[in-house]
Design a protein around this ligand. Structure first.
Ligand SMILES: [Zn+2]
Length: 554
């Protein structure tokens, strides 16, 4: 019988830890609900002690998730474990996930601990956690560079102390499939009580081997795979859920595993993550990239028409990707609009439905046929969960090859209108200068990308911008039939995120969350970076004190 593999999603912890992927509480809760629709077995919702914001997110997710287990990460310290438990205890199925390094390199240089001390700490903290939680997962950080026999001793001892899941992470993405498969086999054969716990694997993608290593670990006996949507995570990221599960599904004769995940939710989940983080999906991304199911060349098309199996190893519908059909026009009513949105996997509340329907009508006036991809783009830009501080009221641009471009832009903030006129070498640049003048804050434009949503001549234009200032990097997305308008909408959404963070510094209440954010960043910084950062900001330091600010890149 096929062995069941549990899918442990850490997009909201390991993924969110990666630079440029941070999410607010509302976004995390929304993504967690989608993970439940995807039927992942475990949602690692965050690292509760890292910041007040992390704690609140884990707690909020614990209160809304019905079926999946909700876990919080914690170092092997009582105060971390207490905080993790406080955050997950109201979940229907709570889990504490605690970790300590087992490699000599980490113990000697990072924790300055002996192997014996680390062993004792692991045992006592697993016991402590198990007194609180029904499920305790223990991770041996940097397991793939640890001494095998020492690792086996730690695994045996933590299982004896109550760990129900033992995770073997390739923290630095160093191992290879053969080596990792042999390590998992070694553990399965040399830990006498290994049948009392589930073995998990957690692989990083520094050498592009995360999914291959995970598959090798599962083949050797592991039964929980830790991964993230789109493979986001520290550095080069983690094993990607969509690649792992579709490899198991497509090559089931090799990987004789069953899983509970609903693969038809993969496409929607990937789009939602890209929408929330405004980081686009690479066109050639396996499984969910725009080109993954495009068979462009003439030879391929001929083969596909004769028999789709010639070039297609899996069907678009297996990941929930629907045909791009032309469905709606300007005479379509709100009912038809809502109905199609529902078919595309979006449930809209009354406010959102009215707002999006108005956006849809505006576009339908300019563009005859609205396709599913247009609707998805509309949905994604219309429901950006970022703050709504400034809104576009109107704009006029003049541009041509015999003149300097000018832009007159009017924005609204709290119903107050503000206008600015600027000249520049091009119309987009002139608009951006006008926005900068209105908001009275400068920033660096790091990236600007314009693309058509569909192939047709009247396609919607989608613009993604990335801006930065001293507070960080902020992204925005905008969609319109007019590329200048799409550019402005995209810039305004990025600027709103930037202002939300900048202004929170002067607001006492908000300061707490900024303190948290700062503390959280510190955790993943090296000591040198940490000192540099302290010199620059010289500010808040909550909960996570410097001596302990190590080693969260499990
Ligand atoms: Zn990791």
């Amino acid at each position: 019988m096929a062995r069941n593999i549990a899918i442990f999603d850490t997009t909201l912890r390991d993924g969110e830890q990666a630079p440029g992927y941070s999410m607010n509480l509302e976004q995390k809760v929304r993504f967690a609900k989608q993970l439940e629709l995807l039927k992942v077995d475990v949602i690692e919702a965050g690292f509760a002690i890292a910041s007040p914001g992390d704690f609140e997110s884990v707690k909020a997710i614990s209160s809304v998730i019905e079926h999946s287990t909700v876990a919080s990460l914690s170092r092997a310290l009582t105060k971390d474990i207490d905080r993790a438990w406080q955050a997950v205890k109201d979940a229907k199925k709570p889990r504490i996930h605690t970790f300590i390094a087992t490699s000599r390199l980490h113990l000697q240089y990072k924790l300055k601990m002996s192997e014996i001390d680390a062993f004792n700490q692991a045992v006592s903290m697993v016991k402590y956690a198990r007194n609180l939680a029904p499920e305790v997962e223990f991770s041996a950080e940097d397991a793939t560079r640890s001494d095998r026999d020492y690792l086996c001793k730690v695994v045996e001892a933590v299982i004896k102390s109550g760990a129900t899941i033992v995770n073997i992470p390739d923290t630095v993405g160093y191992t290879t499939p053969e080596e990792f498969g042999s390590l998992i086999s070694y553990i399965m054969n040399n830990v006498p009580n290994i049948d009392k716990a589930k073995v998990a694997v957690h692989c990083h993608n520094d050498l592009g081997l995360a999914v291959a290593n995970t598959l090798a670990g599962l083949a050797a006996g592991a039964s929980q795979a830790e991964c993230t949507m789109l493979g986001i995570g520290e550095r080069a990221g983690n094993a990607s859920i969509e690649e792992l599960v579709m490899a198991i599904r497509t090559r089931n004769e090799i990987y004789d595993f069953s899983y509970n995940l609903d693969t038809t939710q993969l496409y929607n989940t990937a789009r939602l993550l890209s929408n929330i983080t405004t980081v686009p999906i690479a066109p050639n991304k396996a499984i969910v990239g725009a080109n993954a199911f495009a068979h462009e060349s003439g030879i391929h098309q001929h083969g596909m028409l004769a028999n789709s199996l010639t070039y297609e190893i899996m069907t678009p519908s297996s990941i929930g990707l629907k045909k791009n059909t032309m469905v709606l026009g300007k005479h379509s009513g709100q009912h038809a609009f809502n109905h199609r949105m529902k078919e595309l996997g979006y449930t809209l509340d009354a406010n959102m439905s009215t707002k999006l329907f108005n956006d849809f009508k505006n576009i339908a006036d300019k563009k005859k046929e609205i396709t599913d991809r247009d609707l998805i783009a509309l949905m994604e830009s219309g429901t950006q969960l970022g703050p709504q501080i400034y809104e576009l009221d109107n704009f006029v641009v003049n541009s041509g090859n015999l003149m300097t471009a000018t832009a007159c832009v009017t924005l609204r903030r709290n119903n107050k209108k503000m206008q600015a006129v600027e000249m520049a070498t091009g119309p987009v640049y002139a608009c951006f200068k006008a926005v900068e003048r209105i908001i009275k804050q400068s920033y660096v434009l790091e990236d600007y990308q314009l693309r058509a949503v569909t192939e047709h001549r009247d396609a919607l234009g989608e613009v993604l911008v990335k801006i930065s200032n001293v507070h960080g990097v902020f992204r925005g997305r905008g969609v319109s039939t007019d590329v200048i308008e799409a550019s402005l909408l995209s810039l305004i959404s990025a600027v709103n995120r930037m202002i939300d963070v900048s202004e929170s510094q002067t607001d006492d209440k908000e300061n707490i969350s900024l303190a948290g954010r700062k503390a959280k960043e510190w955790i993943s910084l090296s000591e040198e970076e940490l000192l540099r950062d302290m010199k620059v900001s010289g500010t808040v330091q909550e909960e996570v004190t410097m001596g302990e600010s190590h080693g969260i890149s499990k």
